[in-house]
Design a protein around this ligand. Sequence first.
Ligand code: M6R
Length: 615
Amino acid sequence: MCGIVGYIGSGRAYGILMDGLRRLEYRGYDSAGVALERDDGTLSVYKSSGKVADLEHLAEGKDTTGSLGIGHTRWATHGQPNDVNAHPQVSRGGRLALVHNGTIENYRVLKETLSQCGYSFASETDTEVLVQLIDYIQETNHCPLPEAVREALREVDGAYAIAVVERDQPDQMVVARKSSPLVIGVGEGETFVASDATPIVGHTDQVIYLHDNEMAVIRRGKPLEVQSLAGEARPSLDVQTLRLSVAQLEKGGYPTFMLKEIFEQPSTLTDCLRGRITADCRRVVLSGVVENREKFLRAHRIVIVACGTSWHAGLIGKRLIQEMCGIPVEVEYASEFRYGCPRISEDDVVVAISQSGETADTLAAIQLAREMGAFVYGICNVVGSSIPRNTHSGTYIHVGPEIGVASTKAFTGQVTVLVLLALCLAQIKGTLRPYEVEPVAKALQRMPATIKEVLRLAPAVEQLSRTFTYAHNFLYLGRGYNYPTALEGALKLKEISYIHAEGYPAAEMKHGPIALIDDEMPSVIIAPNDSLHDKVLSNVQQVKARGGRVVAVINSGDEAIKSLADYCLEIPEVPECLTPIVASVPLQLLAYYIAVNKGRNVDKPRNLAKSVTVE
Ligand code: M6R
């Protein structure tokens, strides 16, 4: 969703901000803007609905000098995605300019109060209320900007990451955060600010993550000041080294990030597995689980919370943990969790899964689970993001930056980590012996090579995709471990091609969706040689008996299904618990090629954001 970038130094802010905004595009947005402050203290704001390219077009020929600036990509929440509602928002008379990620929940009350004090509002945004509030406090109290920001934020309920600049103060920027991330990049005589590290990569690898309820005053040529909103200086700046490279943020010769990320899976799974399985493949070591073995051993129940693709991974995690460890598991949509009267106790372990680590609903579920006394474990991709910082412990999936909005390599990474977690926990609980761990661990170690083999299907899937480019509906069916795979396959297709697709447990089909089947409604059926193979085979027969067309994902040599299905995608055989990792890859490819055939923007599908930072 929204993205922030800021710069203060000796370089030209405009170019740095525009590059940063382009790097933030992957998050999803519908307008963009910048505020630039020249060395003489004049402040100019350029903003436009549409893309960063539209903003560039708007700024063409205008004065874009200045070595201080803030920029923003906005994903509309309060008000239309138009020029006026775009950020930066400015205060009365254009004295202050502010960019904001998050939502100010009490903005109506604040707006009402400010209106009574003579303020008027050009936009429909909550952000304009905040910048006017800072202006009001500054004017009333005759105080410097940092003090006014601190005062204003005390009045505010909600979530925010903000960056503010002030006319006639070309050497200063103030930033703050609560429940929305903000990272500060410390370079040689220059400082960068961003909502995630992507705009900073390539400028500096030294970063400071701002904590919740902290603000920083960045002054040209002066040491950085980080303090709590209560005014206490942070004892140590805790400068960290970024492990991200520019190459990871580029397409590397692929036409889209999504295709690059699908093809990266052999190497991302290698990174994900690194150091977690012993050389003899008889033991799995996830340090977060081992270090918290007592909490896990005490758990009467595990509750998994997540959204979207991560929720699908969670469903697979449920089956893995129940089967291998004998612990009851519940999987909740994080977005529903807090509204469902959750009954969580100190005897529960809550596992939160999130690629971005910034999903607002998942963060809210974590907060509630913590308040209720549970031990909360995170499974995340983005290092240093909010979820790892708000959980007691956890595991990174280490699949590198995922830029395409549709999750691909993060899903296979999440499932891989869930397999590792289940194996590790099973060892600790004594529910699996080393000889039982070994075949799964060995197959996991071979997984990068297995996925390489699956990726050879790409040309066949591309050809197959042409048959279905104009289908209006799809059914995805699977059972057991592959019911979530079906859900994930359907989600991929609908997200990027805008074709309606439903994932269903294959046996549930006869309880309703079977009515939909005809020769215009293709069914994608995941049918590896697992314990439910013969049952899925009858589901294939049921679809065929009603004139439906079947695309089956099967293991090589499955003549029974081959003789029935219209099209087969053959994947290598792996232990049953690993089939979702292997079977999801052809489904990613199918969705990808259908979307490309339809001319869709697969990396940035309409209406979607990469990290969903609002409720
Ligand atoms: O970053 P998260 O894993 O918490 O995101 C959750 C969902 O928003 C995300 O998985 C979404 O469903 C993706 N677009 C799926 O491709």
